[in-house]
Ligand binder design. Structure first.
Ligand SMILES: Cc1ncc(COP(=O)(O)O)c(C=O)c1O
Length: 500
């Protein structure tokens, strides 16, 4: 077939028979609603059978396959083997549970196929609406700007770039760091997330220029140690430029003294950034908001709607107090992105002026639906309830002599372990047993050189009965593993799974 013959076929990717497609689509929607409605009956997670994994090593499909066939493959080989964070028994790392409202909005966004890099269309107004709501949540001024990104890792990176541009001037974008003749230093607590170090690395400032400041007994950045580190760097001819406070550390959910950091930054004339990946949204819960007091004074905040906000992945966000600085750090002129005062190319500044992405999806829609349908008050109540469930877990751990509490619930994270000789190996094995049993999925972390079981209650579905199931299995696996080690076996071998 030559070019003009091919053009004349009129062939597109739309279905030949819309009614057949419609029936299939309704079935798929019902399938996902069933999945979420009945999620509690499923294992939280299950190991991927070798045969299933092998199905994803096939050659490039050159020929068409019926949608119904591909959907069946999805239900058989993808749906049962996900991370499990929709499940109420998922308590690992910091994963949000999502919601059916967010899921439906994702479908609508997929239909619109909007590109939110720029131009004049309402999807960008929806994103601007979320920027305005974020300003309102955090008490930021009208001149503040914001941007959806993949997650807080990217949001922190963007904030570091803006702070760098503020410190060195916009010329640094063309001339590079070396031309400035300055070496910038950053400060975060020893409990800060690894993406802060990565932001320093990726921005060319160097991860060695990040000072990891010691923490106090509550895992919060020690302000005296911070002051000393800044003074030492200044004496050495370095240029301190940013302090990064954390609202909800990834390890145990500690919140730095944000008001104290704000005052210190003002006095030292440093950029004050808050990594509030999940903790920032505590501002929505009246009982928790005081714990993040001071966040309203930040120069920038990074956080995720996909964690405590329960918006489906991904929906990271960065809020910058000074939109002019924000734009100065990223905007650039190109002929093919010329701005007009009318027509589709109007509406400048565009989101691409505030970050490195030009093609951007419609993350704002699922966030807009979530906030409108549930309301900020109800989302705040969900956040507050996850902390209450964490306190329930803490109470149960305190009451059980076979368990030891390593970190009480400052927000929604509790770290504990099963008491026994060889506790590091046995607690790691207990967590793997919990995963493989499908009963619960906490994660592990290290506290003072000890492997601990870490439960982060982020999912709005998690109930006290899920905590009970996790603890009952923890004790059962722990008892079995320590009996086995006493008898000379290995703690890391799989123990018999109780049924859920
Ligand atoms: C405190 C903190 N910062 C940053 C991140 C990274 O966020 P994301 O995974 O959305 O990039 C996390 C993730 O859990 C976190 O807890």
């Amino acid at each position: 077939m030559d070019g003009s013959e091919r053009a004349a076929t009129g062939e597109t990717l739309d279905p030949a028979d819309w009614s057949e497609l419609r029936a299939q689509a309704h079935g798929m929607l019902d399938g996902m609603l069933d999945y979420v409605e009945q999620i509690r009956a499923r294992p939280v997670w299950q190991p991927i059978p070798a045969a299933v994994r092998a199905r994803f090593r096939s050659d490039l499909p050159t020929q068409a396959t019926e949608l119904a066939t591909v959907y069946r493959e999805f239900t058989e080989n993808i749906l049962p083997y996900t991370t499990g964070n929709v499940h109420p028994g998922f308590m690992g790392w910091v994963h949000g549970g999502g919601s059916v409202v967010g899921m439906l909005a994702e479908m609508l966004a997929g239909g619109l196929n909007a590109n939110l890099g720029g131009r004049d269309h309402v999807p960008i107004e929806v994103e601007r609406q979320i920027v305005a709501w974020a300003r309102q949540m955090f008490g930021f001024p009208a001149g503040a700007s914001g941007l959806f990104v993949t997650g807080t890792s990217m949001a922190n990176f963007i904030a570091v770039i803006v702070a760098r541009t503020a410190a060195l001037g916009i010329t640094v974008r063309a001339s590079g760091l070396a031309a400035s003749g300055k070496r910038l230093t950053a400060y975060a607590s020893a409990a800060a997330h690894g993406c802060i170090r990565q932001a320093m690395d990726l921005s060319g400032l160097g991860s060695d220029m990040l000072r990891m400041i010691a923490t106090d007994g509550r895992h919060r950045m020690d302000l005296d140690a911070l002051r000393d580190a800044i003074a030492t760097d200044r004496r050495a001819g370095l240029t301190p430029f940013i302090v990064i406070g954390t609202a909800g550390t990834v390890g145990i959910g500690a919140v730095d003294d944000l008001a104290g950091l704000a005052t210190l930054c003002r006095r030292e004339q440093l950029w004050f950034h808050v990594d509030g990946a999940y903790g920032a949204l505590a501002v929505l819960a009246p009982d928790l908001a005081p714990s993040v007091h001071g966040i309203q004074e930040a120069d920038s905040i990074a956080f995720d709607f996909h964690k405590w906000g329960q918006v489906p992945y991904d929906a990271g966000f960065v809020l910058i107090r000074d939109s002019n600085l924000h734009r100065a750090a990223f905007a650039s002129q190109t002929a093919y992105l010329r701005r007009e005062t009318r027509g589709l190319a109007a509406g400048s500044p565009w989101p691409c002026d505030y970050g490195p992405d030009l093609s951007r999806g419609f993350r704002a829609l699922k966030t807009w639906f979530t906030i409108k349908v549930y309301g900020a008050q109800r989302l705040g109540a969900v956040i507050s309830r996850t902390c209450a469930v964490a306190r329930y877990l803490e109470g149960r751990v305190r009451a059980e002599p076979r368990l030891e509490l390593l970190a009480p619930a400052q927000l929604n994270i509790v770290c504990f372990r099963y008491r026994c000789p060889d506790a590091n190996a046995i607690n790691a094995a207990i967590v793997a047993d919990l995963h493989e049993s499908g009963i619960a999925a906490p994660s592990t972390t290290m506290i003072n050189g000890q492997v601990v079981i870490r439960a982060a209650i982020v999912n709005h579905r998690t109930q006290p009965c899920d905590i009970d199931a996790m603890l009952e299995a923890t004790l059962r696996f722990g008892d079995a593993a320590s009996t086995k080690t006493r008898e000379g076996g290995s703690a890391t071998t799989k123990t018999e799974a109780p049924s859920r």
